[in-house]
Design a protein around this ligand. Structure first.
Ligand code: MRU
Length: 348
């Protein structure tokens, strides 16, 4: 069974605090918009789809926090929660996609709502629908992508795009989970993913727990591992994909794509349609989050850099579409991922 990083029970939002993994798998409750904002910002919940799902429930949490007595007050709470949560992280488009969807539903349902409770019910149902749809999309991604993983294949992945980053099988890891269910034997190489080690802490945790043959490597070992012909394909997740197929994902992904091209290894991206941002033409327009220098100089509380050194810490990079063999979506594999094929696949 995949892990459940986000849960909604008795009108309360729970997440697994991913900053504690792999040492401890602890569920925490988030009862205010500020707590949801902090959890997203600090990566207690992370991964593009999971951020979107959490934000959708965060909007309902924001309403309940204010205990509105009228439809107008409810609408006001929706707007306030959505505005606040939109400032948590800039790159993953799923956050804005989910918040916009909640806002639109609220604006459309408000005029016909008999009272505040009716509107809250409608928004709670919408957040639950976002959650359920993501689970279905992950499974479909897994089924479309599993055929890419042949018997005895070596697969490399970067960061964590597994169950912890979604509400189901994950995106990049979904084809691996399905290939395993289909009885194939293969080996996964997980980049540790500096500076926050999502690969070492989260991907390795998920894959080992699932019984998949997993080997952890430091990010700077990928070239050597490819040169030794241990890798047959790369599958990574995405935080935002623009109309032309350029893809933002965890910092280091672009480097892996360049290495894969040099070694003639197919490089795949796996993502649901909620990760596409067709309002942007190319990857140059994607906002790239910059994070606290301390993540590099004092990773996990230990000083590993000289006092006074300058630090640059972009959390994501953009892989140009020409380096991507295909994008595995819930609707099928888009290959090659160009403007025409993406528009056709997404039915825009
Ligand atoms: O900073 P993070 O851990 O949220 O970054 C996560 C990634 O880059 C994932 O690969 C991406 O969000 C896809 S998750 C299915």
């Amino acid at each position: 069974m995949p892990v459940k990083p986000v849960e909604w029970r008795d009108r309360r939002l729970y997440i697994i605090d991913q900053t504690l993994l792999p040492r401890e798998c602890l569920e925490i409750a988030l009862s205010t918009v500020d707590a949801v904002w902090e959890a997203i910002k600090r990566l207690r919940v992370r991964g593009a789809p999971a951020i979107g799902i959490c934000a959708a429930y965060g909007v309902v949490t924001g309403i309940l926090e204010h205990n509105p007595s009228t439809v107008a007050e409810t609408l006001e709470a929706v707007r306030a929660a959505a505005d606040r949560l939109a400032t948590s992280r800039p790159t993953a488009v799923n956050l804005f996609w989910a918040l916009d969807r909640m806002r639109r539903v609220a604006e459309a349902a408000a005029p016909g709502a008999t009272d505040a409770e009716a509107l809250i019910d409608r928004l709670e149902a919408e957040a639950m629908a976002i959650h359920a749809e993501d689970e279905a999309m992950c499974l479909a991604i897994g089924r479309h992508g599993a055929g890419l993983i042949g018997e005895n294949a070596g697969v490399l992945t970067h960061c964590n795009a597994g169950g912890l980053a979604t509400s189901g099988y994950g995106t990049a890891l979904a084809p691996m989970f399905v290939a395993q269910e289909q009885g194939r034997k293969f080996r996964v190489f997980a980049d540790e993913t500096r500076p926050l080690l999502q690969g070492a802490r989260l991907t390795a945790w998920e894959l080992v727990k699932a019984g998949i043959d997993t080997t952890l490597i430091c990010d700077n070992m990928a070239a050597q591992v490819m040169r030794e012909r241990r890798i047959d394909l790369v599958i990574v997740g995405a935080d935002r994909i623009t109309a032309n197929g350029d893809t933002a994902n965890k910092i280091g992904t672009y480097g892996v794509a360049v290495l894969a091209a040099e070694h003639k290894i197919p490089f795949y991206v796996a993502a649901p349609s909620s990760t596409f941002d067709l309002t942007l033409e190319t990857g140059n327009q994607i906002p790239i989050e910059e994070r606290d220098p301390e993540e590099i100089t004092h990773g996990f509380g230990l000083q590993t850099a000289a006092d006074g050194v300058k630090v640059y810490n972009p959390a994501f990079d953009v892989t140009p579409a020409r380096l991507i063999a295909g994008i595995i979506t819930e609707k099928g594999i888009i290959t090659p991922p160009n403007r025409e094929n993406i528009a056709r696949a997404l039915g825009e």
